[in-house]
Design a protein around this ligand. Structure first.
Ligand code: FE2
Ligand code: FE2
Length: 448
């Protein structure tokens, strides 16, 4: 069997013989079942493996999905896969075999047909997503972030996510050291000496950190570049040094799987651009914000706002590439492309999952999870990150060279901005920032 059986919890069984179309349907099912419903998956390569899984683990299965490339003759096989009508079974079949399958399964309960042709179609009523939604809704199988799930107190929601996603292998956590440093910020007891202790245990971080904090971007243009770690903490404050240390750790420890062509350098340039722009706008008082924001919140929020794309780019490359293709052909943003192609597990949702799994605080999670879908009353933090994200594309730092931008009306309204104000912001920021952003990415990553 391709995967081992999850030791606890409920799961879904997928039966998929090898093949290109089968593969894309499996990836789609993974996005849907893993991330939207928080179900563990068991993938079997043949009917035979599927039966034995159903026999042994029937009570823990929520559904089974079998991808067939031709008509089966055995009504008995199908009915034992769906436990004689007790387990929802999705049969994903080529259109031309549908009538025969319907005839074969006549009067079998809880067997649902989805054609290969319609399975991945964005909004077709017969698409996999729609079919699964309908069948699960009837059986009260809730989405991980249903309206009711999102209304839970944060700790409970975090608990629920942790429990349901224990075995999902494609959901990495952020590097442990970065999270440890991050938690120090929220601990009022931690001191500059604690931070120095944690950092000096990792000389590679300190080396890069000193290069970054001594650059004009942080130390000011007249600075000679000789702060020690201690001086940097005294001058810039713990939060700022802390956040830069996390940034360096994250940029140097997230490793892309070899088979993925995802452009990680480009990803970090976009994320760092977003952080630098947010910082420049906040400190330069370029926006009418009311809240006092913390450097650590907007800096790390901006750096990680697209963390969900890492999951897509690392583990679902084909899907990611299709989204890029759609963006190019339709001149739209990545988020719009996700919506138009079915929004199975979009990068805001994936970012929410990734950050919650890493036990990051609620404010950061919400910022990442709503950086496009800001909602009717976005917080100042969300407004700042949203605007910085779109402006980073204006300055040529999208994942694609000339990426379309889409400013959320709610954000512009809250900030009292007209289009002309956005244009003048772009001009102010566009002068010296692009070179500084590239230099910052170099200082954080290049070994010298
Ligand atoms: Fe995004
Ligand atoms: Fe972005």
């Amino acid at each position: 069997m391709a995967d081992t059986i999850p030791s606890t919890g409920q799961f879904a069984l997928i039966i998929a013989p090898k093949g290109r179309t089968q593969n894309s349907i499996v990836r789609h099912l993974m996005l849907l079942l893993n991330y939207r419903y928080g179900l563990d998956l068991l993938v079997a390569n043949s009917f035979y493996e599927g039966f034995s899984a159903v026999q042994r683990h029937g009570s823990r299965l929520v559904c089974a999905a079998a991808i067939l490339d031709r008509k089966t003759d055995s009504r008995t096989s199908i009915s034992s896969l769906n436990l004689e009508g007790k387990l929802p079974l999705f049969l994903i079949i080529p259109e031309h075999t549908k009538a025969q399958h319907e005839e074969l399964c006549y009067r079998l309960d809880d067997v649902w047909f989805v054609t290969w042709e319609e399975a991945l179609a964005a909004d077709a009523p017969g698409s996999l997503r729609r079919m699964v939604e309908r069948v699960f809704a009837e059986r009260n199988v809730g989405e991980l972030f249903s309206a009711e799930g999102l209304a839970l107190p944060y700790e409970q929601m975090q608990e629920r996510v942790a429990q349901r996603l224990r075995n999902v292998k494609t959901l990495p956590t952020l590097p442990e050291v970065a999270v440890r440093i991050m938690n120090m910020i929220s601990d009022p007891e931690s001191t500059a000496a604690d931070l120095e202790d944690v950092l000096t245990a990792d000389p590679a971080i300190v080396h890069k950190l000193l290069q970054v904090v001594n650059s004009p971007l942080f130390a000011g243009s007249g600075h000679k570049g000789d702060w020690s770690l201690h001086e940097a903490i005294v001058r810039l404050g713990m939060r700022q040094v802390n956040s830069i240390a996390q940034q360096i750790k994250m940029m140097n420890s997230l490793v892309k799987p070899e088979e993925s062509p995802f452009d990680l350098r480009r990803f970090w340039e976009h994320s760092v651009a977003c952080a630098v722009i947010a910082d420049r706008m906040y400190r330069g008082r370029m926006l009418s914000l009311k809240d006092d924001l913390q450097f650590s919140d907007y800096w790390i929020g901006a750096l990680l706002h697209d963390a969900g794309k890492l999951i897509l780019g690392f583990f679902f490359w084909e899907h990611f590439e299709q989204l890029l293709g759609y963006m190019g052909a339709n001149q739209c943003t990545f988020r719009e492309a996700e919506k138009a192609t079915g929004d199975v597990a979009n990068h805001e949702l994936l970012g929410r999952l990734l950050l919650m799994k890493s036990h990051v605080g609620e404010r950061l999670v919400e910022t990442v999870a709503t950086h496009h879908t800001a909602g009717p009353q976005p917080s100042d933090l969300v407004c700042l990150v949203h605007l910085a994200n779109e402006l980073s594309k204006e300055l040529g730092f999208g994942y694609l060279p000339d990426e379309p931008r889409l400013y959320a009306a709610e954000v512009l309204r809250k900030l009292g901005m007209e289009t002309s104000a956005v244009i003048s912001l772009r001009e102010r920021l566009g002068r010296d920032l692009p070179d500084e952003i590239r230099a910052l990415v170099d200082r954080c990553t290049i070994i010298d």
